[in-house]
Ligand binder design. Structure first.
Ligand SMILES: N[C@@H](CCC(=O)N[C@@H](CS)C(=O)NCC(=O)O)C(=O)O
Length: 261
C-alpha cells in the first residue's frame, strides 16, 4: 500500500545501516539472534510474514515503516521495489512476502510447523494459488477501495467474487475434505489467503460487499471462520477496524481514487 500514516513505531530511521547490521555483501551475523522485519501493521503481506514467523516460533525485531516517508533502511534493503515486508536475517535482506515465507520455512525447517507441503506437486499447486491470490484477488479487492465510481467499484467486486469462486475450487482440491487448504492444520496457502481476511472484512464494512457467501462459497466461508479462530491469527492479525481507519486516511489523503496498492 502506498502511503502509511502509522508513524508511531517508526524507529531507527536515522541509524546507519552498519549500526543495524545491514551490510550488503559484507560479513553478516547469522543465526536466529539477528532477525529484523520491516513492516507496516495493516499490510496483508507483512501479516503473512508475521504469521509464518509465528508458526516457526522465531522471534524477531519488528520495525514499523512510514511508507509516506521511506526510511533509509527500507530503501537500502529493498532498493528495487521499496516495499514492505523485508526480512533482514543476519544483516541480509529478503523481499517479497511469499519468498520470505518460503525462506523461513527452509531456514528454520527444524523449528515449529512446516509451512510448505512436503510433496513437490502439492507444493507447486500451493505456490500457483498463492500467486493467483496476489495477482488476481488482492488487486480486485483493493480496487474496490480505489474505485472512483460506483460502476468501477461494482466491476472490481465482481472480479473479487470470481477470484474467490476459483479459490473455493482450489480449497476442495487442496484440503481433501480437511479443515485447511494444507489439510489438518494451517500451511502456505492458508497464510497466502488468510492474511487478506481482515481487509476483506474492512471492505465489507466500508462498501457492503459480502465476499464469503455461504451459498456460493460455503467451504471458504467456513474456512475463513476457522482460520480467524486459530491461535496464530488471533495473535498476529490486526482487526478489520484498523484497516478501515487506514483506508479512510488514504482516502482523505488521495481522494476516493487512492493510490494504495
Ligand atoms: N508483492 C509484494 C507486495 C508488497 C506491498 O505491496 N507492500 C506495500 C504495503 S501493503 C508497500 O510497501 N507499498 C509501498 C509502495 O508501494 O511504495 C509482497 O508480497 O511482499
Amino acid at each position: 500500500m502506498r502511503g502509511n500514516s502509522c508513524r508511531q513505531q517508526q524507529v531507527r530511521n536515522t541509524t546507519s545501516l552498519r549500526e543495524q547490521g545491514i551490510e550488503r555483501g559484507g560479513k553478516t551475523m547469522s543465526g536466529e539472534g539477528d532477525i529484523k522485519l520491516l513492516g507496516m501493521v495493516v499490510s496483508p503481506f507483512v501479516v503473512r510474514v508475521r504469521m509464518a514467523l509465528h508458526m516457526k516460533g522465531v522471534s524477531y525485531e519488528y520495525i514499523e515503516q512510514d511508507l509516506f516517508n521511506k526510511s533509509e533502511i527500507l530503501l537500502r534493503s529493498n532498493p528495487v521495489n521499496k516495499k514492505v515486508p523485508v526480512l533482514i536475517h543476519g544483516g541480509k535482506p529478503i523481499s517479497e512476502s511469499l519468498v520470505i515465507v518460503q525462506y523461513a520455512d527452509e531456514v528454520w525447517s527444524g523449528k515449529g510447523a512446516s509451512i510448505l507441503p512436503a510433496d513437490p506437486h502439492e507444493r507447486a499447486v500451493a505456490r500457483f494459488w498463492a500467486a493467483y491470490v496476489d495477482d488476481k484477488l488482492f488487486p480486485a479487492y483493493i480496487g474496490i477501495m480505489k474505485a472512483a465510481t460506483e460502476e468501477a467499484r461494482a466491476e472490481k467486486a465482481k472480479e473479487a467474487l470470481v477470484g474467490l469462486a476459483s479459490l473455493e475450487e482450489a480449497f476442495t482440491q487442496s484440503s481433501k475434505g480437511k479443515p485447511f487448504f494444507a489439510g489438518d492444520s494451517v500451511g502456505y496457502l492458508d497464510l497466502a489467503v488468510g492474511c487478506n481476511l481482515f481487509w476483506l472484512e474492512a471492505i465489507r464494512k466500508m462498501f457492503g460487499v459480502t465476499f464469503f457467501d455461504v451459498g456460493k462459497t460455503p467451504l471458504l466461508a467456513a474456512w475463513a471462520e476457522r482460520f480467524a479462530g486459530t491461535e496464530m491469527a488471533r495473535e498476529v492479525v490486526p482487526d478489520a477496524d484498523s484497516a478501515v481507519v487506514f483506508a479512510k486516511k488514504l482516502q482523505a489523503r488521495f481522494g476516493s481514487n487512492t493510490s494504495a496498492k
